[in-house]
Design a protein around this ligand. Structure first.
Ligand code: FEO
Length: 172
């Protein structure tokens, strides 16, 4: 059985994952409208990944006999100056999510909830990747600047991103 403090914290994290998904879907729709289908695809896959993160937490709460409570998803921004601006916002957001996961990990340790701590290990590693990818794409877009050919080539590259079910979900 999950302690109430852990259940509450995971429910907050589920909301944060849905918010992240909503943010990236908003970015995807922005770049669709701006005629950048590749980066729009990249953010749409990112949206799917965030829903998968929420799903992993929801499955875990259910597995431990807890109660998932879905709360309202707050409004997200809808406009970005360009791709670099969106990836700067993505990196800043992922750094915040990393801090949330770390707080959750610390709470699990404080409550001696080692099953939750174990579940969070995957998210700790995932956040390293999420920050790294956002940083790399931000650096690349900054390098390209306003170069039309570079923007076109990178957009084509990002169009090939596909969704892979995260391992904790694939294993269920
Ligand atoms: Fe669910 Fe982008 O971390």
């Amino acid at each position: 059985m999950l302690k109430k403090s852990i259940e509450e914290a995971i429910n907050n994290q589920i909301n944060a994952e849905f918010w992240s998904g909503y943010l990236y879907l908003s970015m995807s729709m922005h770049f669709e409208a701006a005629g950048r289908p590749g980066v729009a695809n990249w953010f749409k896959i990112q949206f799917q990944e965030e829903l998968a993160h929420a799903q992993i937490f929801m499955n875990y709460v259910n597995q431990r006999g807890g109660r998932v409570v879905l709360r309202p998803i707050a409004e997200v921004p809808t406009e970005w100056k360009n791709e670099a601006d969106a990836f700067e916002a993505t990196l800043a957001h992922e750094q915040k999510v990393t801090a949330l996961i770390n707080d959750l990990f610390a709470l699990a340790e404080k409550e001696h909830d080692y099953a939750t701590r174990e579940k969070l290990n995957w998210f700790v590693s995932e956040q390293v990747e999420e920050e790294e990818t956002a940083r790399q794409l931000l650096d690349t877009y900054r390098l390209i600047g306003e170069n039309g050919n570079g923007l076109y080539q990178l957009d084509r590259e990002l169009a090939s991103r596909t969704f892979n079910t995260p391992s904790p979900l694939a294993a269920e």
